[in-house]
Design a protein around this ligand. Structure first.
Ligand SMILES: *Cc1c(COP(=O)(O)O)cnc(C)c1O
Length: 467
């Protein structure tokens, strides 16, 4: 038995034999020799352990090299890559939220590949502040007196609480103690900032008197949080912003609102009503608003704090500002996007464009895709169907946007999970599905996506049956 073991261990191929595999040079060119070697070493190491444990193992070069190649293959291509979003969810957090307009992306590239004015004042010839690049634009587009940008909205809230309420109390309605997903919870972020959270009211109803009754000498802030991803319906009431603002003024407290998405233009004419714009919130008397750059603003991942100058000034020099600062690419994209709002060209921003597409143009888009697919795959029947699209990003959670999809069922040539097969293509097609049907929602498709969908389907159908 011991001898058997030794023989087996000795029969394991040497590194030189493994490195002589024909695919190795290609892998080495993109991953380096060390990575290839260590993949082989890992596989051999595991076999050795199995042999010592007495498990029955099949020692042959072919299975070892196939296993090592299988482990390395996912790293040959960049891992962050484009996909086709056929889900109809416009601000899809898992798919990178907002798509940037091409001009914005071009500007971002120009800035990235050269030196720039990130912290340089050309007039004075000395150090400038990166926040100055966008503050005026934020003020113009929101009506705020002052603004500060950080790397995302979670950071913005953390910063506001840390700078203005640390060691003090902030009062928040029980109906708004939200969890956004990705483990962002209002109670956690409050405790992390050193702010004592004082909950008032109940899950479904909170009144002004609840806030009034909770104010003590230790209170620094009234906090309102956008219930991004859910709605309380039925016997429900919340305190109007104007009333909270009046109370905050009377008691000399700061009234902060975490608005989440933060829209800059009123989308009510497009059927998206019930969410106030940042400007409307500020006009209702909110002192400080925080919101995301990559949700309904349609820009890069950024967090914006906008509101009263005297409060923003108190935040500017907090150490977290440095820790949460935005890089040049984020600022380049944000500046470009805000200029589109300023020039009233916001419909060129993909996120806003997708949200405001008319029923007719969605229908035409779906019919066009159906015709292309039918012409190419006459063995499958494609239907234009009505579907519900979503805003996503925790905005308008109760609103289903009427949309259209091209729907088809798994064809007999495609065995197994069609949705997964489409995901395995390059680019991946991320589609909606109902039972055994695939829905290609057209609202979120970009210009060349029809072509990509056809290519993906060609490959899925040709490979039919092989998994
Ligand atoms: C999305 C959201 C956040 C987190 O914003 P990020 O920009 O993703 O950090 C915080 N609060 C609310 C209410 C949100 O909707």
């Amino acid at each position: 038995m011991k001898d058997d073991l030794r023989t087996l261990l000795r029969s394991l191929p040497s590194m030189d034999v493994l490195l002589a595999q024909p695919w190795v040079p290609t892998f080495e060119r993109s991953l380096g020799r060390d990575a290839v070697k260590s993949a082989f070493a890992d596989v051999i190491g595991e076999l050795r352990r199995d042999i010592r444990k007495g498990s029955s193992v099949d020692v042959n070069v072919a299975s070892i090299e196939v296993e090592a190649r299988h482990r390395l293959a996912p790293f040959l291509k960049t891992r962050l890559r484009n996909v086709v979003n056929a889900t109809g969810v416009v601000v899809h957090t898992n798919l990178g939220r907002s798509v940037l307009p091409e001009d914005t992306a071009q500007h971002l590239c120009d800035i990235a590949i050269g030196y720039n004015t990130l912290e340089y004042d050309l007039d004075e010839g000395h150090r400038g502040h990166r926040n100055d690049l966008v503050e005026w634009l934020i003020c113009q587009t929101t009506g705020a007196d002052a603004a500060l940008v950080v790397n995302n909205n979670a950071g913005a809230i953390l910063l506001v609480l840390s700078a203005l309420a640390k060691g003090k109390e902030a009062i928040v309605s029980r109906g708004e103690l939200v969890e956004i997903g990705g483990s962002f919870r209002i109670p956690d972020i409050m405790s992390f900032s050193g702010t004592k959270m004082v909950e008032v009211g109940t899950t479904n109803r909170t009144h002004l008197r609840d806030f009034e009754g909770a104010i003590t000498d230790e209170t620094a802030m009234l906090l309102k949080v956008h219930p991004s991803n859910y709605r309380v319906v039925g016997f429900h009431s919340e305190v109007p912003r104007e009333d909270l603002a009046a109370l905050a003024r009377e008691k000399d407290l700061i009234f902060t609102e975490d608005l989440g998405s933060g829209i800059l233009v009123d989308l009510a004419p497009y059927g998206l009503s019930g969410e106030p714009t940042v400007r409307q919130c500020l006009m209702s008397g909110v002192d400080l608003i925080t919101f995301s750059g990559d949700k309904l603003l349609g820009g890069p991942q950024i967090g914006i704090i906008a509101g009263r100058k005297q409060l923003v000034d108190r935040i500017r020099n907090h150490p977290l500002v440095r820790a949460l600062r935005v890089d040049k690419m984020g600022l380049a994209a944000l500046e470009s996007i805000l200029r589109l709002y300023l020039a009233d060209r916001w419909q060129e921003i993909p996120t806003l464009n997708m949200l405001t597409l008319s029923r007719q143009s969605l229908l035409e888009r779906a019919e066009h895709l159906r015709d292309l697919l039918e012409a190419r795959f006459n063995e499958i029947s494609f239907l234009v169907t009505e579907v519900g699209d979503a805003v996503g990003g925790g905005a308008f959670p109760a609103t289903s946007l009427p949309g259209f999809a091209v729907t088809f069922s798994a064809h007999e040539n495609i065995k197994g999970d069609l949705q997964k097969a489409l995901r395995m293509q390059n680019p991946a097609i991320i589609a909606g599905a109902r039972e055994d049907r695939i829905d290609l929602h057209v609202r979120t498709l970009l210009a060349d996506d029809d072509k990509r969908i056809i290519e993906a389907l060609e490959s899925v159908i040709e490979r039919g049956g092989k998994g």
